[in-house]
Structures are given as C-alpha cells and as structure tokens.
Write a protein that binds this ligand. Structure first.
Ligand code: ATP
Ligand code: MG
Length: 390
C-alpha cells in the first residue's frame, strides 16, 4: 500500500500574500530535516503539503519523527493513497487503519472533497464509510464529539487519501522567516530553552558562549556544544562563537568593587555579544533570564544589563517559573545535559553580597575603573573561535 505524509501548516495560513514564500522556506527546512532519511517530493495544495517518498523502502516512522521537529508544522499524519473509488476507499480504510480501529472504542469519519466531480459528497462519504466500519469492527461506536479515532478521507485531484488521527507538530513559524538573532548560551537550563523558544518563532539562530579557562573547563564547553546540538535538531545549524573571557574577568576582579562583579561582567557580555551579532547580520540578542531568579536578574539588575546594548534583547523565559522552564527543557531533551555540574564563567568570582537594587550609573562607574576596557572588548571580539553545530 502506498503511503505518504500529509503536513498541515500552522500560522502560515494567516500570512496572506507571504504564504507562498513561507511555504517555500518550510519545504526547504523539511528537506534539510529529511536529508538523512531519503528522497521525497513535496507538493503544495491548499494548507497541506504532501510529502511523498521516492523509494518504497524509505522508513516513514523516521521521516515522521524528523518532521515533528520542524517549526511551522501544526499537525502531520501518515496517509494511505487509494483510487478515487468508494469501494477502494472503504477497503483501504479498513485495512490501513485496522490496528487503530481494533484498539478504539469510538470513532467518526470526516470527509473532504476538493474534487467536486467525485460522485459522493462529503456527508455521503462519511455515511458509507462509517456504516462499513461499524459492520466490520464490532468494538466500535460512533461518537461525533470526542471520538478515540477520526478516520479522515480526502478526495483530491488525482487520488484519495485515508488517514487516522493527526500527530501534533512542533508549531511556530518556519525557521528563517523571522530574521536572525544571537543567543547567549551558558550550560544552564534556561538559555537552551530560550533559544528553542525564539527559533520556534521563526528566528534563525547563531550563538555566543563565554569561556574563561582555566576557571571554566573544556568539559563545560563540550556540554554547551551538546546542548546546542539538541536545539539545532529543531532550528537547523547554529554557528557558534566562543569568546575568550578570562582576561576580562580577571580585570573585573582586579579593578571593580566586588558588589558589582556580576553586573559589570553581564554588561560586558552584552557589549561583546552585540558587536558579534551586528557583524553576523543579527537583529537581536536572546538570553535565558527570568525576573527574580538570581541577584543579576532583579528588575533593577536587568535594567543595568539592558542599558549596555542598543539592539533588542529577547528574554522569552522572563515571566516563567523554573518548573515551567524545566518542563520545556525536558520536552526538547536538554534537561539531563544542563544539570551536569560544570562551572560557568558566571559562577567565577561571584560576589558574596551582590547588589540587588543597582543604579545604572554606579555600574557604569564600576565598569569605567577597568583600564583599556574598549581595547580588551575589541580583542576578545576579534579572537572568537567559530564552531558549526548541526
Ligand atoms: P542558564 O540556566 O541559561 O545558565 P541562569 O539562570 O543560570 O541561566 P545566569 O547564569 O545569570 O542565569 O545567566 C543568565 C543568562 O546569561 C543565561 O540565560 C545566558 O543567556 C547568559 N549567559 C550566562 N552565562 C553565559 C556564558 N558563559 N556564555 C554566554 N551566555 C551566558
Ligand atoms: Mg547559567
């Protein structure tokens, strides 16, 4: 039996004239996610994209798993292809969906007929097929409101398709349709979640990581790369810039009042990130900050960090509780990696009593105590190590 995958666009439907180019980006992203699985042809038709394997032995389970990570897909399903003939539709539905129909207690049939020449209209298709299913599966009753399985028949121009329940897609917008941003990635729980959330809105990601060897270890950096790989499974390749940060952190320790260590460091991280982001054609920065989570994330501290840059800073976790962030990190499979205990540069030289209500000017005054800071920022920005994560 010939099988294909039917993909339903999400919010793309709302995009009017842009819809076509959005769909083209979505198809390009699907191709990339399916590249290791096999060759497929893609056909656009209304708000559905038909994904057809070119070889019969292509594993559609793998293909569905890969497509579940593509943003811009609201729902997808495997479907059997059959002739535009009521008897063939009935035979195919009973055979193709046998396992699901045997497991279910209730069902309903839905029909969509884009070929108006087909001799049965939609209510007639539902009645005919529904009656035959009831005859063949004595375990089943019809429930039109909350059925265990919805058997859907779509009669299109060349063929009819029969499918069971939809599988939920990753949602959001196709990566690459909303511009480009740089995520500041640590080894923690929050920043990979923040990266995922913004990629879901269609943003193409690059990432920036600050490393302070020997205070931070090689293992900490490897952990970050592992996290990015998990995010890249959704977002596509993430070009990553590792910034050598040791010298600047030592200068902060040597010249700034201790209470201000973290705040000065965060402002400098933002300035370096902005420079890299602009050079790489990004329109914004992304962080995993959340109000009140730590001293450097009070509303006052965030004001100090925010004033260090001119481009927008997106903080998608800002209003979330830790358990809500953790739920997403489990869903995208970053949690177990994030909780491995390696030192981040943020936990090197932490003050005993960090300021929780800092004034922007006081932090800038502290920052200005560092001699040749502009030069150091320039050097660090120029000496980044570039890694491609896919
Ligand atoms: P996370 O769980 O993402 O590490 P956190 O709650 O531990 O966040 P902080 O350590 O204060 O918070 O960091 C706040 C944000 O700053 C992070 O979400 C991340 O965006 C950025 N950040 C922290 N450390 C680094 C780093 N070494 N390199 C790049 N960005 C970082
Ligand atoms: Mg952290």
């Amino acid at each position: 039996m010939k099988e294909i995958i039917l993909v339903k666009n999400g919010e793309l439907v709302l995009k009017g004239l842009n819809r076509n180019s959005f769909e083209d980006v979505l198809i390009k992203n699907m191709k990339r996610h399916l590249a290791d699985i096999g060759a497929f042809t893609f056909t656009k038709s209304q708000s559905t994209i038909m994904v057809e394997p070119e070889n019969e032995d292509t594993d559609l389970d793998d293909a569905v798993d890969a497509l579940k990570k593509v943003f811009g897909i609201a729902a997808l399903s495997r479907a059997a292809v059959c002739e535009k003939d009521m008897a063939d539709i009935i035979r195919t539905a009973k055979e193709y969906l046998e396992d699901e129909l045997l497991m279910a207690k209730t069902f309903k049939v839905e029909a969509k007929r884009s070929d108006k020449k087909f001799p049965f209209n939609s209510p007639q298709i539902c009645r005919e097929l529904g009656g035959e299913i009831l005859k063949a599966f004595h375990n089943l009753k019809v429930d039109v409101h909350n059925p265990d399985i919805i058997v859907t028949v779509e009669v299109r121009d060349k063929y009819a398709f029969v499918r069971g329940n939809n599988i939920k897609g990753a949602g959001g917008m196709p990566t690459g349709t909303s511009g480009r941003a740089a995520v500041l990635i640590s080894g923690g729980i929050d920043s990979p979640v923040a990266a995922y959330m913004m990629a879901k809105r269609g943003i193409e990601l690059i990432s920036i990581h600050f490393a302070s060897p020997p205070y931070t270890s090689e293992l900490a950096e490897m952990k970050v790369m592992e996290l990015l790989k998990k995010v890249a499974a959704y977002s596509g390749t993430i070009t990553t810039y590792v910034v050598p940060f040791t010298g600047i952190q030592e200068a902060i320790r040597d010249y700034c009042p201790e209470d201000y260590f973290t705040l000065v460091m965060r402002r400098i991280m933002m300035q370096i990130s902005e420079a890299i982001a602009l050079k790489q054609n990004c329109q914004a920065l992304i962080t995993g900050e959340s109000v009140g989570q730590v001293a450097s994330q009070t509303i006052y501290a965030l004001g100090c960090t925010d004033s260090a840059t001119d481009i927008p800073v997106f903080r998608p976790c800002i209003g979330m509780d830790k358990d809500e962030i953790i739920a997403i990190s489990r869903k995208i499979d970053t949690f177990e990696t994030s909780i491995q205990p390696y030192e981040d540069c943020c936990t090197v030289f932490t003050p005993k009593h960090p300021k929780t209500k800092p004034k922007v000017q006081d932090v800038i005054d502290a920052e200005n105590k560092i001699p040749n800071l502009d030069e150091m920022i320039k050097t660090a920005t120029e000496n980044v190590k570039r890694v491609f994560i896919r």
